[in-house]
Design a protein around this ligand. Structure first.
Ligand code: RB5
Length: 150
């Protein structure tokens, strides 16, 4: 499993903590995020590169980090094929994979603590997509994407 990570300047500390966490667990990742030297970055640019990696299969899932996690998730959810859950608790992180078949999550470094963020990412990664009625609903999301994609 390979995880795309991306962040703007509001998510640098979480990104570094998450990379260490993945390294300690032997989880592969690609860092598409903010690189040192830039003071101020635009979160749409950084969200997009990680979403692209999930869409084209370079990575299986993605974690987006900004100050709130909200801007990144708004960008991600504009992209057909990306389903990004904005999570500040482990229950939501698990459920967004199980019920919404989320392929990305976003978290806010100015919202939650580092330990909770790592638990949220673990909960998301280890959950499984549930089928049946949940698949039917996700297929409806895909149909909506198709209808409004020009
Ligand atoms: C950057 O200041 C901040 O706006 C950004 O990290 C994010 O929170 C946007 O949603």
């Amino acid at each position: 499993m390979k995880i795309a990570i991306s962040n703007d300047h509001g998510g640098v500390n979480f990104k570094n903590a998450l990379k260490k966490h993945f390294e300690s667990k032997g989880i592969e990742y690609i860092d598409y995020g903010y690189q040192p030297g830039l003071d101020n970055t635009d979160y749409p640019d950084y969200a997009l590169s990680a979403c692209q990696a999930v869409l084209d299969g370079t990575c299986d899932y993605g974690v987006l980090i900004c100050g709130t996690g909200i801007g990144m998730s708004i960008v991600a959810n504009k992209i057909p094929g990306i389903r990004c859950g904005h999570c500040s608790d482990t229950f939501s992180a698990r459920m967004t994979k199980m019920h919404n078949h989320a392929n990305m999550i976003s978290v806010g470094e100015r919202i939650i603590g580092e330990g909770l963020m790592l638990d949220i990412v673990d909960a998301f990664i280890s959950a499984e997509n549930e089928q049946g009625r949940h698949l039917r609903r996700v297929e409806k999301i895909t149909a909506i994407e198709k209808k409004y994609s020009k």
